[in-house]
Design a protein around this ligand. Structure first.
Ligand code: ADP
Ligand code: MG
Length: 536
């Protein structure tokens, strides 16, 4: 995020059920606000016989009991301060038809409206009354201008012009988008504002009743302030600020896939400006390169408010009724995406009084020439100089337009190539996914086998450990046996020696014995002989 980046602030407002909804006998609410999380909303989704809760977070949530003053204080009150500091500010109302966009922006205004007293008056009448109250309190010269335009079917009309004339957009020398010829009415008081708006509101209501345009049209109410600021010693400067209050067409006009990549021709009757607004938001949120501001009048007018130098707030409006569930969900999704748009708010360039007078003098001079020519030459309504200037611009536009058509067709070709490449990639992807699935199955089987082998291995390991233990014990026993054998051998050797001695002793004894026996025999012989002689 850049240092002065500021995300667009998004608020959600849920209107109370309408009398006709309650009396239909079929009313069920699917929206509830979370007491512990005051900036969240819970939507009860019922699909395929299942019910679940989807929660969305915003910068603020206004439930059914919130009144017009609550909304003004939270969303718009700071815009007055910012505008007087020299910022451009924008407040959008976005949502399905019948959810309270116009109620929030205009409400039921009256000349008695006070910004800090609750009533049915919406943001526009409160901002106007509050602004004049603030300006009267500051000790500076100021001027206030208002303009009010309606965009219907890609045609821009001036709601403040008595002829309800059609307008064109132009880029000025600094690249800013300006609405050529729009009535910027200078107003000196809140009363003046009502003098201008009364007629216009009546006209708008009448046209709405006649052709039901209001759900398909966008209105942009703009207040411009110039405040003189003392510049110590130097020339006084003028601080310029703007506040746009935008009541968008009903979001159902965007079509189901409006926020995605529907082509213009397919979009058919879908509101081009609303569709482009969705694309601009997508490009800004996803940071995908070119932002298609130039594709619709609305996004050209609001270029500075989305991704530009303005401070922007969005109020997304929803209905609590279950019959609007799908639109409510898509509004919440759209609005929660818009939170990620980053603007770089910057104070407008200040003008010195001299520079402003010079600018006005040039405009007056041009108008004076046009007027003179109109009066003097029948049928020509412009000075030759101005005519040449316009013809030059037209030729340049023609040239730009043919260059653009060439690039459009080459882009179309590239787009077709990409679509083809995309579809073959999709086929490859499908194939790869199939293979991946099969691979996964094989993997699962192998995993099972691996598991079984591991079990066997574990058993074998246990056995090996047991055997190793037995071998160690046997080796130890063997070692002990070897030592004992050695000791026994030593004892045996000793015993052998002893035996030898015993043998020798026995031999001697035997010899001695034999000798004795021989003596005894001889004695016996003698005795025998003696006895025999005696007997004889
Ligand atoms: P949208 O401009 O979105 O089509 P509206 O502003 O015309 O919707 O509102 C439709 C109806 O609901 C109107 O009758 C309006 O007075 C009523 N309404 C909308 N929001 C509220 C609210 N917060 N409180 C009371 N009534 C409301
Ligand atoms: Mg409306």
């Amino acid at each position: 995020m850049k240092s002065n980046s500021q995300q667009v602030k998004v608020f959600l407002r849920c209107r109370p059920p309408l009398k006709r909804e309650l009396s239909s006998g079929q009313y069920r609410s699917v929206v509830s606000c979370n007491v512990e999380r005051p900036n969240s909303v819970n939507i009860r989704v019922e699909r395929d016989g299942q019910t679940f809760i989807k929660t969305f977070d915003f910068d603020g949530v206004f439930n059914q009991t919130a009144n017009q003053l609550d909304v003004y204080k939270r969303v718009a009150v700071h815009s007055i301060e910012e505008m007087l500091k020299g910022y451009d500010c924008t407040i959008f109302a976005y949502g399905q038809t019948g959810t309270g966009k116009t109620y929030t922006m205009e409400g039921r205004p009256s000349r008695e409206t006070k910004w800090d007293v609750n009533s049915d008056a919406g943001l526009i009448p409160r901002v106007c009354q509050h602004l004049f109250e603030e300006l009267e309190n500051i000790d500076s010269e100021y001027s206030v201008q208002i303009s009010y335009v309606e965009l219907y079917n890609e045609k821009l009309r001036d709601l403040l012009s008595p002829h309800y004339s059609e307008l064109k957009l132009l880029n000025d020398s600094k690249g800013n988008v300006i609405i050529e010829g729009v009535e910027e009415v200078v107003v000196h008081s809140n009363e003046n504002v009502y003098d201008c708006l009364d007629g216009c509101w009546k006209r708008k209501t009448a046209s709405t009743k006649m052709n039901e345009n209001s759900s398909r049209s966008h209105t942009v109410f703009t207040i411009t302030t110039h405040v003189k600021s003392r510049n110590s010693g130097e020339e006084d400067i003028l601080i310029t600020g703007k506040l746009h209050l935008v009541d968008l067409a009903g979001s159902e006009n965007i079509g189901r896939s409006g926020a995605t990549n529907m082509r213009a021709q397919e979009a058919g009757k879908i509101n081009k400006s609303l569709l482009t607004l969705g694309r601009v938001i997508t490009a800004l949120v996803e940071k995908t390169g070119r932002v298609p501001y130039r594709d619709s009048l609305l996004t050209r007018i609001l270029q500075n408010s989305l991704g530009g130098k303005a401070k922007t707030n969005i109020i997304a409006t929803i209905s609590p009724a279950h019959i609007n569930l799908e639109e409510t969900l898509s509004t919440c999704i759209y609005a929660s995406r818009a939170k990620f748009i980053e603007n770089q708010p910057e104070v407008n360039q200040t003008l010195t009084k001299k520079a402003l007078i010079k600018e006005y003098t040039m405009i007056i001079e041009r108008l004076r020439k046009d007027l003179y020519t109109t009066r003097s030459k029948n049928g020509i309504y412009l000075s030759e100089e101005r005519y040449e200037e316009i013809m030059g611009q037209l030729a340049q536009k023609d040239h730009e337009s043919s260059t653009l058509s060439i690039s459009v067709s080459s882009l179309q070709e590239k787009c077709d190539e990409l679509t083809n490449a995309n579809s073959s990639l999709r086929t490859e992807l499908r194939e790869t996914l199939k293979e991946l699935k099969q691979g996964n199955k094989r993997n699962e089987e192998l995993s099972e086998k691996l598991l079984a082998s591991q079990k066997e291995l574990n058993v074998s390991n246990i056995k090996i450990n047991e055997k190793e233990y037995i071998i160690t014990v046997q080796e130890e026993t063997e070692r002990k046996l070897r030592e004992e054998t050695k000791a026994l051998r030593n004892i045996m050797d000793l015993l052998k020696n002893d035996q030898q001695i015993v043998y020798s002793a026995c031999e001697e004894l035997a010899n001695h014995h034999r000798k004795q026996i021989a003596v005894i025999r001889r004695v016996e012989d003698c005795l025998y002989r003696n006895a025999s002689s005696l007997l004889l």
